[in-house]
Ligand binder design. Structure first.
Ligand SMILES: [Zn+2]
Length: 249
């Protein structure tokens, strides 16, 4: 184990109150393509057309034509070692929450309890008319699907372009960033608001920043782990376990 992991593990044990900020890179290993990456969804489909709330209101079939399969195949996507390691860190009392830009719900599937989904989640699908909620993969057939109770159009509880972020999630994410002592920035270049502001906020309030990204996105972080999240995070869990047992004995 190289000393870099030893140092980060030590930091996390000593400082406590760690928060993880995660993005698409964490879910890539679960086979979920990242929107902005090469070959990603938005390279084939213009998000201004397929994922804007304005277009959704006029013609929801556009959105459902590219997202319907994902929602109906929801059970086939499984958390990977990165999600599982974060859930483990929470159980160990090291991690206090996960703030995620991902809408796939995989942190919750992995067992994380305190997950703040700033872009909403595809797991929940609401009727725009009577607010009846459906849980993926259980949505009626159709592109778009309509509510079984009232015939209203169904829309996943995710933030589309042109829509407001869920205010509670945003506030919680900011609070977590203010009070954390260590922020792990994982699988995201955090160049999209609001995620972009969170490491900055944490830094201003004295937190150490640990970046886990294959390609470095933050030049001035305290620690940089240049590996896939599914490799780096289990290593970190092992190292924390090792050091914790030393300190107990
Ligand atoms: Zn309805």
């Amino acid at each position: 184990m190289d000393t870099l992991y030893e140092d980060v593990a030590k930091l996390m044990i000593e400082r406590k109150r760690c928060v993880a900020l995660t993005g698409a890179g964490v879910s890539a290993e679960s086979g979920i393509s990242t929107f902005r990456s090469r070959g990603g969804l938005w390279e084939k489909y213009d998000p201004a057309v397929y994922a804007s709330i304005e277009v959704f209101r006029r013609d929801p079939s556009k959105y459902w034509s590219i997202r319907g399969d994902f929602i109906r195949d929801y059970d086939s996507y499984q958390p990977n070692n990165a999600h599982l390691a974060l859930a483990e860190l929470e159980k160990m009392g090291i991690l206090q929450s996960v703030v995620t830009q991902n809408i796939d719900g995989l942190h919750t599937k992995a067992g994380s309890k305190r997950v703040i989904e700033v872009h909403g989640t595809i797991r929940e699908i609401n009727c725009l008319k009577c607010r009846k909620q459906y849980i993926a993969p259980h949505v009626p057939e159709g592109t778009p699907p309509y509510c079984e109770s009232c015939g209203g159009v169904l829309k996943p509880n995710t933030v589309l372009f042109g829509e407001q972020l869920p205010p509670d999630a945003l506030m919680n994410a900011q609070n977590e960033s203010l009070i954390c002592n260590v922020m792990l920035v994982i699988g995201t270049s955090a160049n999209v608001y609001p995620a972009a502001a969170l490491p900055e906020l944490a830094l201003q309030h004295g937190a150490a920043i640990v970046e886990v990204n294959i390609e470095r996105a933050f030049p001035s972080v305290d620690y940089y782990l240049g590996e896939k999240a599914g490799t780096a995070l289990p290593k970190l869990v092992d190292e924390i376990r090792k050091q914790s047992s030393y300190s107990i004995s």
